[in-house]
Design a protein around this ligand. Structure first.
Ligand SMILES: Cc1cc2nc3c(=O)[nH]c(=O)nc-3n(C[C@H](O)[C@H](O)[C@H](O)COP(=O)(O)OP(=O)(O)OC[C@H]3O[C@@H](n4cnc5c(N)ncnc54)[C@H](O)[C@@H]3O)c2cc1C
Length: 491
């Protein structure tokens, strides 16, 4: 579909939804505002100041005059680092007081990797020059931070150079630990029958493989660690299933199985229940509590640790107790899609900023380090219970900037991150369930450790329904919103 054909069709669908009472006039206007931005793409910047009442405005960066002579260093120029830099500049921090450390000269729109693997976008469409997104005047150290010395407010770069700061933002993201799976190395991805959309070139290889599939056993794994975009392991499976069923007519000869280390599809019961329906309809099998631990590519065997609870009689207690039993299960495959175990990047894991599991230790709401008050963490590497998405970053960045500026001015930090995250779960080509969720409010109010998620829909529509409207959102509207809204500190 060409861009100029897109807008009238969206308008029609939105009008239809309003007539059916599925969408209020106000929300319809929001959708159309996104749509018109996407349709007019080019150099148009979305959400120009003063013409938007998007709910992100609730957290909008205050225009506090903050003395602003503090030196700020941002580690990582991915989604979070760039968004924070842009918002700091918009909040009147002098760009020359900000240094951004980022080793890569390319910026990739990672949520698009799923679409590349589904043959919907090309890899080229996701990649832009990092330099074009670093706000004018901000200093760019094209390097890696390798050592942190918070007691002297300083850090070392790989080049040996030392930088000092008054405030530090840690936004260095995650690394993929493919080698934690026995028999696997990162360079095996996309070769033979082993695939992963988490690697950008792997996403291209997955699309090639999908088109060649004739049937067989297809295994899609999900690891035991937190991961970026918890829905992506399912999205690629549904896109593959859809391709075989509706395009290549090979579905009848295939067995598709979701092999997940988790015990549910989603933490929010309504989303979990919706997925139970999708997988049933698609005749996909699921093995919960199965964690991929080894691959044997020559034999096309994947080995999983299967965890079960068993009742055993404890002689000392004289009663039955529950014990965890772990056994190894071997499965033959014709295609194996792997989501690797993930952790913050090595430089952060060994830094003084982390909790005992190696994740950046921050207050779940203010995003301030629990150890060093002039340090903040944002994005995938923070040790919050869920929410490793670009959607989370979009809600975290204004909170972080608001709090940092308050601190710089000796004021109370009032910004609070709600735990919001969004997973546009592609269920097939043309359909997406927009799973939005965040911290459980009851736990937040009771100041309990947050362990549960609750649904946080932005629109008054049943969020557990797959819809064409959210497909349009995911495929056509979110990318321009990312490049022109979020990374510019506007949305
Ligand atoms: C396949 C896939 C699908 C996804 N789908 C979605 C989706 O549908 N919706 C959604 O909202 N999100 C999705 N995401 C997640 C989203 O892309 C991430 O949550 C987001 O990019 C996190 O931003 P970040 O800045 O924390 O990390 P990143 O964007 O990864 O940036 C981290 C940056 O830090 C740099 N860095 C690393 N080490 C150092 C160092 N030592 N010093 C300096 N810099 C360093 C890296 O080069 C990188 O540029 C998806 C991701 C993937 C991979």
């Amino acid at each position: 579909m060409r861009k100029d054909e897109l807008f009238p069709e969206i308008e029609e669908k939105v009008e239809e939804a309003v007539k059916k009472g599925e969408l209020s006039r106000r929300d319809a206007l929001k959708v159309l505002a996104f749509a018109s931005g996407a349709a007019m793409m080019g150099n148009t910047e979305l959400f120009a100041e003063g013409n938007e009442t998007n709910d992100s405005d609730k957290n909008a960066t205050p225009k506090l005059k903050a003395g602003m002579d503090a030196k700020i260093v941002i580690v990582g120029g991915g989604s979070a680092g760039i968004t924070v830099a842009a918002r700091l500049v918009r909040a009147d921090v002098k760009p020359e007081n900000i240094t951004l450390i980022e080793p890569s000269d390319k910026h990739i729109y990672q949520p698009g990797q799923t679409l590349v693997a589904g043959g919907i976008k090309t890899l080229d469409q996701l990649i832009r020059n990092e330099a074009d997104y670093i706000p004018a005047g901000v200093k760019w150290e094209k390097d890696k931070a390798v050592e942190f010395m918070p007691e002297t407010n300083s850090l070392k770069l790989a080049s040996g150079k030392t930088l000092t700061y008054d405030y530090l933002v840690v936004a260095a993201g995650l690394q993929y630990n493919f080698e934690k799976i026995k028999g696997l190395t990162a360079d095996m991805i996309g070769k033979g029958d082993i695939h992963s959309i988490y690697d950008p070139k792997g996403a291209v290889a997955m699309w090639d493989a999908m088109q060649k599939l004739k049937g067989g056993t297809l295994l899609f794994t999900n690891p035991a660690t937190p991961i970026k975009c918890g829905g992506a392991p399912q999205k690629i499976m549904y896109l593959t299933e859809d391709y075989m069923r509706n395009y290549s007519n090979t579905r009848k000869d295939a067995k598709i199985e979701f092999m997940t280390a988790g015990g549910k599809y989603f933490g929010v019961p309504a989303y979990h229940d919706a997925v139970v329906g999708f997988v049933k309809e698609k005749e996909i099998l699921t093995s919960f509590n199965h964690n991929l631990v080894e691959v044997k590519p020559a034999e096309k065997i994947a080995v999983f640790e299967k965890k079960t609870k068993v009742k055993v009689f404890d002689k000392d207690l004289g009663e039955e107790i529950e014990e965890e039993k772990i056994e190894l299960v071997e499965k033959k495959y014709d295609l194996l899609h792997i989501v690797p175990p993930m952790s913050p990047v090595a430089e952060i894991v060994k830094s003084p900023f982390v909790n005992n599991k190696g994740w950046m230790f921050v207050d779940e709401q203010t995003l301030q380090s629990k150890k060093f008050p002039n340090v903040f963490g944002i994005g995938d590497l923070i040790g919050t219970p869920f929410g490793k998405t670009g959607g989370s970053v979009r809600k975290q960045a204004p909170v972080l900037v608001q709090n940092m500026i308050a601190l710089m001015n000796g004021k109370e930090m009032e910004g609070k991150y709600s735990g919001y995250t969004v997973c546009p779960l592609i269920t097939r080509r043309g359909r997406v369930m927009l799973a939005e969720f965040g911290y459980d409010k009851a736990q937040v109010d009771a100041k309990e450790p947050i362990t549960k998620a609750m649904a946080m829909p932005s629109f008054p529509l049943d969020p557990a329904q797959e819809r064409w409207l959210w497909w349009i959102f995911k495929v056509y509207l979110l990318p321009p919103m990312y490049w022109y809204g979020m990374l510019r500190g506007r949305a």
